[in-house]
Design a binder for this molecule. Structure first.
Ligand code: AMP
Length: 287
């Protein structure tokens, strides 16, 4: 039976009864197949003795003034049903005032890797994300937290925060889940019309075209992806090839594991996607 807590007090009472390891999956709800793959990975990690905790919270502090906070999909009943199907022990679905009884005066600074790419196009975004993740970690006290590779920069920053602040939470990545047509599952995909979805597919297609050039080096990867994106009827925020650890640009001589990342607006919907690209001896590639 999946328990549901909506207040910090209810969460504390329910958390006291959970058996270890406690595996946390933080989400903004509107759960889809991508989230389901995180829940499945979380239950594998929890094993038969442990517990999976899911948080569902649309965090206002990570939305800019012109972003989609008000229209972000909220589907709590369906989300709870999906969590029950996946054997989640506890869902924490608080109101905004439970998480922010007052505006926090102390917030998390995401550092240099939080200033580029998503951090550049969404000022304040990672400060908002890391602040809420730190609060959710403090409230749920997990042993392990599971995050999606789909939000690669977020994953890297949460992992860095856990290490830098000695939070003792092991951050485990889950590969990007894609619909059969190749589009990365996202709560925002439900905004897309049929025609817009066809355009949105340019993102994974361009990433795959880039990946296919990995043997030719970083510049060939970027050129192949750009050749597909440039003519597409979308507004490209960025296409970038970066070191997967530091998020510094991966230049012509780069060797090791890189990320090829793209962000674009299709109509009024902003989408992001990425693939891992290995150069030199590194062979890790995909997704
Ligand atoms: P969100 O609800 O969008 O904040 O996402 C919650 C978690 O699910 C984050 O760790 C995301 O990276 C992850 N996630 C979202 N979409 C996908 C996907 N298509 N594949 C894997 N993980 C995902």
């Amino acid at each position: 039976m999946t328990g549901v807590a909506t207040t910090r007090a209810e969460l504390a009472a329910a958390r006291a009864g959970l058996s270890a390891p406690v595996v946390l999956v933080p989400t903004m709800g509107a759960l889809h197949s991508g989230h389901r793959s995180l829940l499945q990975q979380a239950s594998e990690i929890a094993g038969t003795s442990g517990s999976v905790v899911v948080t569902i919270f649309v965090n206002p502090r990570q939305f800019g003034p012109n972003e989609d906070l008000d229209r972000y999909p909220r589907t709590l009943d369906d989300d709870l049903a999906l969590c029950a199907e996946e054997g989640v022990a506890l869902v924490f679905a608080p109101a905004v005032r439970e998480i922010y009884p007052a505006d926090p005066l102390v917030t998390v600074d995401p550092g240099p890797a939080g200033q580029v790419l998503e951090g550049e196009f969404r000022p304040g975004f990672f400060g908002g994300v890391l602040t809420v993740v730190l609060k959710l970690f403090a409230l749920t006290r997990p042993d392990v937290a599971v995050f999606g590779q789909k939000d690669a920069q977020q994953l890297a920053l949460v992992r860095q925060m856990s290490a830098d602040f000695n939070l003792g939470v092991e951050v485990i990545p889950v590969p990007t889940f894609r619909d059969p047509d190749g589009l990365a599952a996202s709560s925002r995909n439900r905004y897309l019309s049929g025609a817009e979805r066809a355009v949105a597919l340019t993102l994974p297609t361009a990433l795959q075209a880039g990946l296919a050039e990995a043997k030719e080096g970083p510049l060939a990867v970027l050129a192949a992806a750009r050749a597909l994106l440039d003519p597409a009827p979308l507004v490209l925020d960025y296409l970038a090839l970066v070191d997967a650890q530091t998020f510094a640009p991966a230049g012509a001589a780069f060797t090791g594991t890189a990320l090829l990342l793209v962000a674009a607006r299709v109509g009024s919907t902003r989408l992001i996607d990425n693939v891992i690209v290995g150069f030199g001896d590194s062979v890790e590639r995909g997704n």
